[in-house]
Design a protein around this ligand. Structure first.
Ligand SMILES: [Zn+2]
Length: 305
């Protein structure tokens, strides 16, 4: 895999640390509103980059974002992790990803991470919070504080085992150990992590989901977590996923976000968009498009603009 590009927003540098980038989910599994007619109408831009021709699965990237500012090293989200047992989805069970090697390629050892910022507590965002050590799950980043939204944590405690049936119980092996080690730190909906790195709420997909805003002034970017999972949701902003805790709120949050950022040139990094992940939201009449960094046109809409 080619080494992902490095970005700078003000005094914050950012790199992606990819765990996997592969066709993963059926569009009909993730989007209840999706029909074959929708896919046929968008086939010219979807296939093969965003949808695999052979099996129709959507390409989903699972990655972390590594931030560095003035000696501070922050990891936003930690993918699905290795050696996990209690996972419903085969891709996440007993995995052996070379993710720590990729972190090392970025010049970072686990002990160098000062802060792990969990955008939300889903299975594909908390995996490397822990690693298996002599049969025990221990924090992968021994010197890190793990920032978790208070609202998010309250939700997962309230839903209990019922909320984990679909994915398997990842809370026990990937979240509880960082509480037991005293490294978890619960934060409010709007929290300044450091100068020019702050979180803001993006409720719906999960109640306490947080986006991360980087930089200041004109040099700003937003790590938008799972506000959208695939470019199809820019084409169809009303599509929430089957994995959204509150699909109606997720739709409202997404529409408000598109209206706020379309046409601003601000770089948006949705957690699961394929490489290069980052891009701008473009307005096309009443529709929206997504223009990936370094590309001349939005992948749909604004074709000739
Ligand atoms: Zn996710």
């Amino acid at each position: 895999m080619t080494s992902p590009q490095r970005w700078t927003f003000g005094d914050v540098s950012m790199q992606r640390v990819i765990e996997s980038e592969t066709p993963l989910l059926s569009p009909f599994e993730i989007f209840p509103d999706c029909t074959q007619a929708h896919l046929d109408a968008n086939r010219d831009w979807l296939v093969p980059r965003f949808q695999n021709a052979a099996d129709g699965l959507l390409t989903i990237t699972i990655q972390s974002f590594l931030l560095r500012r003035n000696g501070l090293t922050i990891l936003v989200d930690s993918c699905s992790g290795n050696d996990k047992e209690t996972r419903a989805r085969p891709q996440f069970r007993h995995a052996q990803w070379p993710w720590l090697d990729r972190l090392a390629e970025a010049g970072v050892r686990p002990e160098d991470i000062d802060i792990v910022l969990c955008s939300h507590l889903h299975v594909d965002h908390v995996g490397w919070n822990t690693r298996l050590d002599n049969g025990r799950w221990v924090p992968t980043f021994p010197n890190a504080r793990y920032l978790i939204s208070q609202r998010e944590w309250d939700y997962w405690q309230a839903v209990g085992a019922a909320g984990l049936q679909r994915a398997g119980d990842y809370i026990t092996d990937s979240v509880l150990p960082v509480f037991e080690s005293g490294q978890a730190e619960l934060v409010g909906d709007e929290h300044a992590v450091a100068a020019s790195i702050s979180v803001e709420p993006a409720p719906g997909h999960t109640p306490g989901q947080m986006m991360v805003r980087l930089g200041s002034g004109r040099e700003q970017a937003i790590l938008s977590a799972d506000l959208m999972h695939h470019p199809l949701q820019v084409r169809y902003p009303d599509w929430s996923t089957r994995f959204c805790a509150d699909p109606v709120q997720a739709r409202t949050t997404r529409r408000n976000f598109f209206n706020a950022h379309a046409g601003t040139g601000r770089l948006i990094f949705p957690a699961h968009f394929p490489s290069p992940t980052g891009g701008t939201i473009e307005r096309d009449g009443t529709d929206f498009g997504f223009k990936f960094c370094g590309e001349e046109h939005a992948c749909f809409g604004h074709r000739h603009g």
